[in-house]
Design a protein around this ligand. Structure first.
Ligand code: DX5
Ligand code: ZN
Length: 216
């Protein structure tokens, strides 16, 4: 099965986002991945609502918004308003994760939960039938262009097994250090979707890079 490919705009040209979004519209990308960072949950600050709102106007693809922020429940409605289709919060940042997941779905978005590299998959057992997507971080969140942490492959298989055991329909998405060299292993471990920042935007031809990831 071909993976869902979600290029991350974090590695795009912020001086000309329109050009990059148009390239994604033409490409085989399935979703556009948007990394929101608050400088508290992660040691970096990226972009927020006005940027997403503009990308929504330009994009023909669904927006996959990854919140790396503390207390994400404060902004669920706002991210719906600016155009998120899928909203992912971090397990580590959510005290009342079940409530947050329900609120995201009540707003009409798909709900995702992200796990940092040190967070065990087992912590999802009681929520696996409520989420639409689990995002396995294969780098420590905060920056693009880092090296894939191999242990993530084991977590993907473990999660796949949990999803099947529970008859869950959750998708598995993998984020961080994904490239042409490791995508086949990621997909055979059980991933449905991959995020790719540098592997797309630092490539000589980003459209071809997306096509290659899609068909790896
Ligand atoms: C990292 C972000 C990623 C990042 C991926 O915190 O969540 O989405 O943009 O970038 P690459 O693919 O370059 O590792
Ligand atoms: Zn991300």
């Amino acid at each position: 099965m071909k993976p869902i490919v979600a290029p991350s705009l974090l590695s795009a040209d912020f001086g000309n986002l329109e050009k990059d979004v148009q390239m994604l519209n033409r490409s085989q990308a399935d979703w556009i991945h948007l990394d929101v960072m608050d400088g508290v949950f992660v040691p970096n600050i990226s972009f927020g609502m006005p940027v997403i709102k503009r990308v929504r106007q330009l994009s023909e693809k669904p927006l996959d918004v990854h919140l790396m922020i503390v207390q994400p429940e404060r902004y669920i409605h706002t991210f719906k308003e600016v155009g998120a289709d899928l909203l992912t919060v971090h397990w580590e940042a959510s005290t009342h994760l079940h409530r947050t997941i329900c609120q995201i779905k009540e707003e009409g978005m798909l709900a995702g939960v992200a796990l940092n590299p040190h967070t065990p998959v087992a912590g999802l057992e009681d929520i696996i039938n409520d989420v639409n997507l689990v995002l396995i971080m294969s780098v420590n969140p905060g920056f693009g262009g880092q090296k894939f942490i191999k242990r993530a492959l084991h977590k993907i298989s473990e999660l796949r097994e949990m999803i099947e055991r529970n008859d869950s329909e959750a998708l598995i998405e993998v984020d961080g250090g994904v490239c042409q060299d490791n995508i086949a292993d990621i997909v055979s471990a059980g991933a449905d979707a991959v995020v790719a920042g540098n592997a797309v935007f630092k490539a000589e031809d980003p459209e071809i890079a997306i096509q290659n990831l899609k068909n790896a």
